[in-house]
Design a protein around this ligand. Sequence first.
Ligand code: ADP
Ligand code: MG
Length: 706
Amino acid sequence: MPRNPPPLDLPVEYVRGIGPKRAAAFKKVGVRSLRDLLFYAPRRYLDRSTAIPIRELHGPSEEEVTVVGTVIDTRETKMRKGGTRYEALLDDGLSSLTLVWFKHTSGIRKWITTGYSAAFSGKVVEFNRFLQMVHPDVTELSKGEVSDLLAGKGRWVAIYPGNKELDKAGLDMRGLRTLMDRIVGEYLPDIEDFWTEEDRIKFEIPELEKALMAVHRPRSAEDHLMGWNRLKLDELVMLQLTWVYAKEHRRQRARGISYPEVGKTTRAMIEKLPFKLTETQRKILREIWSDMTSPHAMSRLLQGDVGSGKTVVALIAMTIAVENGYQAALMVPTEILAEQHYLTSRKFLKGLGVHVELLLGGSKTKAKQEQLDRIASGKPCIVIGTHALIQDAVNFSRLGFVVIDEQHRFGVTQRMKLMDPGMEQRPDVLVMTATPIPRSLGLTLYGDLDVSRLDEMPPGRGKISTIAINGKTGRAEMYAEVRKQVENGGQAYIVFPLVEESEKLDLQAAVESKADLEQTYLKGLPLGLLHGRMKLTEKEEAMAKFVRGETKILVSTTVIEVGVDVENATEMVVEHAERFGLAQLHQLRGRVGRGGRDSRCYLVGYPEITETARARIRTLVRTNDGFEVAEEDLRIRGAGDFFGVRQHGLPELRYADIVADQGLLIKARNIADQIIEDDPTLKKRPKLKAEFSRTAAKKVTWLEIA
Ligand code: ADP
Ligand code: MG
């Protein structure tokens, strides 16, 4: 008689051997249907190669080891100091080992009794010349599993993620495994692949049934890898399909501006630049121009290291917009940077009749009101400012082009607010970042943006050397070198970290350090001071003096972090480098080496320095490449921490890890792109479409798939 398999969306409650109580417990771990059960992957595996025969333990071990066997005797003794000590003698057929628990042993006494078989993992210590394992981790096993493992023929034992609820429903570690073993044996053959055979061959995707079998019952390391890679790839393809759809959808729904021409003004501006654009800058301008002429709104990410020349690219694009009768906005994270961009744009646009406004926060003066009125009147102009730009009082009536500089300083919401301002016609948006984002993270966070990479530095730059300095012993020599360079016409930044996030202390540290340096190492040289507590005009004045070379050395807190450009600066001293993140240090280093002279960046660390801080400094000493620094930053910190990604809405992944599985992520994006290109509505792939709606539907409720 042909078997009549249950549908895979059968609620777990109705699966044989489960029932309402266990179903409720499963719901807590996100398992609702029979299909979910088949996709419930083990948390880890016990592999026979990691379990050692007891007689091979010859002494105490620093590493954790695993032994397998059956408990043949137990005893409990009172300790002199109070409390109890519980011992179990574990036998693996050839030798035995004592397992020990101290203090609250009543639970253990009931649980680990004679005849109990399991794998025990922990460190081995020596006590009264006998070896023992203290407070081991326990992985419960059946007798059969134990003898399989001891005989060396056992397959890997899957350990499923359990919890209290499952425990209470009678699904402890062993119970869960027995149940899963049966479910997999019974129902896995009914699973249908949602990839077509053609796609599977084309993209080298293993079969679903085989892959899931390998996840639940791996037979070898390769088998295990194959299975997990399939689950990860599926998850990542679904995520990338979401982004590719979001992008398509935005293109189709929002009407963009079609700029008709690059006019005389822009051409004149490019002519008059004091340098020739690099080949890469021109390539990127062509990409931007092609977005600007198309009827779709541009959403482009421009990545380029500090000093690679993004600003001029953005200014050219904004000039095109203004020349065509639109307003263009440039949003930057700090006022000091807004100032600097303002000065730069005035310089590059001098005599060309392009009006530039600098819009800062603060009180509403008469002058500011007039400025807001000009913006509201729709007069074509470039407006440069901080997030003050997206406040309600600012009323752009002909916003055609938006640049967001140092994007990672703003949240995703702010980006979206500028990208989708609820206007009938969406402005073109160029997002810029000097914190290069590793490709994998970019795909995960900005998968809906087109990406341009400015990976060529303007010519004629000097070399930057990065030197790690021991703060206890190396400062005198370092400052002597700084002094020498300054006396030879260079300029220096000396940066102190923000102390405990307190502006008051920050101020104190900077002021005191400056006074200290003035009396010691840098006596007689003109020092300036810049810190977050100063008024804007004071900051400007301090910066201006440094730019003019009236002060040769600028002692500052991290306010100079982004964008500031002084060609003559060749020395960067970062005091307490251990308190800065990798990306921040890279940014600071980018402040020097902007002119033709060779430069030096000193990273001063102090004895309390941690191993991760040391690793950060080593990375910077090794490489100047921002993309490499970013990859390393992501690796050291993990995705969750990489410039506070959590805030930026990093999607939660069940199987894949965007740091460890970068290769799969890139493969997933390629697959998603190819599929959408070939089959935009997934008409030819109904099963994949169903799987996509099932897994991605919640994330993109606004997405209509035709
Ligand atoms: P970013 O914003 O990418 O950090 P900037 O746009 O501030 O970099 O550029 C750094 C410096 O290089 C500026 O002084 C800028 O005028 C200059 N610059 C930009 N493009 C070129 C080029 N093609 N050739 C020479 N100098 C350039
Ligand atoms: Mg910049």
